[in-house]
Design a protein around this ligand. Sequence first.
Ligand code: GLU
Length: 418
Amino acid sequence: MSLFESPFFQDAFSQLESAGATMNMDPNVLERLKYPKRALQVSVPVRLDDGTVKVFEGYRVQHNMTLGPGKGGVRFHPHVSLSETAALAMLMTFKCALVGLPLGGAKGGIKVDPNDLSRAELQALTRRYTTEISMMIGPDKDIPAPDIGTDGQTMAWMMDTYSQLGGYAVPGVVTGKPIAIGGSLGRAESTGKGVVFCINFAYEKLGKKVGTSTTVAIHGFGKVGMPAAQDLDAQGAKIVAISDVSGAIYNPKGLDIPACVEWVRSRKYLKDMPGAELITNEQLLELDVDVLIPAAIDGVVTKDNAHRVKAKMIAEGANGPLTHEAVDIISARGGLIIPDILCNAGGVIVSYFEWVQGLQMFFWDLETVNKKLHDIMKLAFDKVWECSQKYKVNMKQAAFIASLDRIQGAMRLRGMWP
Ligand code: GLU
């Protein structure tokens, strides 16, 4: 598959073009931003537990590094491709620029279902992948982090592999590490926390407050959806539906979130939860709720189902859960969309804190992390809100415009080599 082939890349591309046109962007800068800076494809051989060797496809793409080192997660998922990785790297460029981080955009991944591998196989896969991309990553070059299918353990193996190759510990090479080896307090729940901050900021702008009458549906009860559910539950909101790969559970009176968390943490599927009313993931997305949080994967709301999505507000917890066409359809009927590059930026913001703490070997308390996260997200939210008023565009377009404005300024100052 070519770099530009996937629907996801095409979608990111068309959002870039339409924001560029609205803000009257320099066509030369726009032309450059359509292409990643570098893309590496690697083959990752693993000796499986049965003695046979299997080769997996891996990638690392650096989209733009004008503002600083590349930054972005590593995804282990059967749908990973060069084109999808390039699209996600592009979104990371815009996300980091929007929230004012001194970082560029990158992404990596392996085409694999991690559930099919044993722990030993997964470790071998992660270590060999890290070795194969080692010339591209480093604390000053490009800093991977968790994404779908990867976690703190994956980052620990990546950090160890990179450190073994150099002969000394290099905690700054990845973020999202366990606390014991240089991770940051608050990183694990940061993306979900940021999503809830954004929902609260949006409610404030509308002159309302999240409370007991606020109904919420969450698509994906994982690294992003679970902490978001916990924070909204603590604010008194009624979480009426949550989902995982097995399906969705629904209770119009509100689900018992602590019980759901315990169930999922004990590695059980939601569909097996006693007494739960089951609905499909598709039905969850179409529930008539105040807030819908698509926090699982890209492309779940498209032109085919956008007309049936009734939520008043949609907070994009995942990367690209709504296609460009879906955003237009929902915005046209007055639905408010908090765009992914703003809404889920909490993860990369606390990754940035972790990187800074690792470089300085000086660690912050949780209160400091959460306060700084709140303040950065508030600044970015207000900027996007103002931009949407100024250009009379939806929040998605506004987020791209605000972000492109920052990158354009930096790219012009640095100029083009040679
Ligand atoms: N994978 C996350 C994202 O898409 C986090 C990236 C990071 O922390 O570098 O934003």
